[in-house]
Design a protein around this ligand. Structure first.
Ligand SMILES: [Zn+2]
Length: 415
């Protein structure tokens, strides 16, 4: 049985590690604060008989000491957005240890004739949150090979530190932990419990699909000039054209199903002077959805609108896709197993989708992955007010443990 007192106490310990100006959790990706949280979790893992180690990407693996057979893992992440919440990442991490506590003691009973039985461990992925480097889920993506180590030199934080430099410093902070290789060839399944980041979800959510952000950079080149001397009819104002493009992006998303969303999150104007007509504007667009068809449609619509607006206003515009990606479909067997485990335990659960990115979607390329959402109570996610109820946390832990326990026994899974 998951231990509510232990879960609450560990969540408090993580929460108290480093706080931001607004009183929230403040453990940026690949920072000393993330390393400190990893060390705290590694200590708890030892209490459960696990042997913690760090892989080359900064992910914490804690596996049963001396075990080289099949494993099932659970966990999440311990870095946060600035002034983040109490549960985001921390919850799934703490529940990963509850999986170990639940599955490992039962092992003795099953030892005889259970040579193929997998054992339970913890995986805490590094650098999951995007704000510091403008790219998230770095630890799991590096492991899955969907981002290369060389790309970390191109990612910089506000102080100019590259993700590669930050990872090196972070690994130095963790030098007391042995360096391990991800045990990819004996990994039977992974589960991540995460606080829901959408208020509409009112029951335990079993995630079937995770949206993958597609990001576009739009550059609009007009003609700079004196704001007092150039008549309106003779202007080629890059910002005015870009403003129309922002509204066109919004309108295009409104024509798609609710799950498809598009946001212009950044605007840069050059020269950015009050008395100069903007000669250049740049937009950053983030598009997410769980339907590839819908994403293809909105992609085409955005490009057509940008071209039409540019043409009509006499400016030049280019659209560059800076990040691609299709929605990730999670393991259907694990989704079914989670829904039936919930039914067996009298827990309300429903299939759902995620608009936010999670490590589980990248791990899904390496091992069958389950992602469960605990309803959000009070506040919004990514804020210090983020809330969750202990009853629902225990429900998620119960379902996760039941699913992974079945996977651990299922040697047909091949590893
Ligand atoms: Zn998270």
């Amino acid at each position: 049985m998951p231990d509510s007192g232990r879960i609450a106490e560990r969540l408090e310990r993580l929460w108290a590690l480093a706080s931001g100006p607004g009183g929230g959790a403040d453990r940026p990706a690949y920072s000393p604060a993330e390393a400190e949280a990893m060390l705290l979790v590694a200590g708890w893992a030892r209490e459960h008989g696990l042997e913690p180690g760090i892989d080359a990407h900064g992910n914490l693996w804690a596996l049963p000491a001396g075990w080289s057979g099949a494993i099932v893992t659970a966990g999440s992440h311990v870095d946060t957005v600035p002034d983040g919440g109490r549960y985001d990442g921390a919850l799934g991490t703490v529940l990963g240890l509850e999986l170990v506590a639940d599955l490992e003691p039962a092992r003795g009973d099953l030892e005889a004739g259970a040579g193929e039985r997998a054992r339970a461990g913890l995986l805490v992925c590094a650098a999951e949150e995007a704000p510091r480097f403008g790219a998230g889920t770095l630890g799991s993506r590096l492991m899955a090979g969907t981002i290369q180590r060389s790309a970390l030199s191109q990612l910089r934080d506000a102080a100019g530190v590259t993700a590669a430099e930050a990872l090196d410093a972070y690994l130095r902070e963790l030098r007391e932990l042995p360096r391990v290789k991800p045990p990819l060839d004996r990994w039977r399944a992974h589960a991540e419990v995460h606080v829901a980041q959408r208020r509409a979800l009112r029951t335990l959510g079993v995630v079937t699909t995770v949206a993958s952000p597609r990001r576009f950079a739009v550059q609009v080149i007009g003609e700079a000039g004196h704001s007092g001397e150039i008549p309106m009819a003779a202007r080629h104002d890059a910002l005015a054209a870009a403003a129309e493009m922002v509204l066109a992006v919004e309108a295009a998303a409104h024509r798609q199903p609710d799950e498809t969303v598009a946001t212009v999150g950044t605007v840069a104007v050059s020269p950015g002077a009050l008395s100069v007509i903007p000669g250049e504007a740049r937009l950053g667009i983030d598009v997410r959805g769980i339907s590839s068809e819908s994403l293809a449609e909105i992609d085409a619509e955005i490009r057509a609108s940008v071209a039409e607006i540019a043409d009509r206003r006499g400016v030049r515009a280019t659209v560059e896709q800076v990040r691609g990606g299709d929605p990730a479909t999670l393991d259907g067997d694990l989704v079914d197993a989670a829904l039936s485990a919930a039914r067996e335990h009298g827990i309300h659960a429903s299939p759902t989708w995620s608009g936010a990115g999670h490590d589980a979607q990248h791990i899904a390329a390496l091992a069958p992955a389950l992602l469960l959402f605990v309803p959000l109570h009070g506040g919004e996610s990514h804020t210090p007010q983020e809330g969750a109820s202990m009853d629902e946390i225990l429900q998620a832990a119960t379902v996760m443990n039941a699913v992974l326990s079945a996977c651990a026994l299922d040697s047909r899974r091949g590893v």
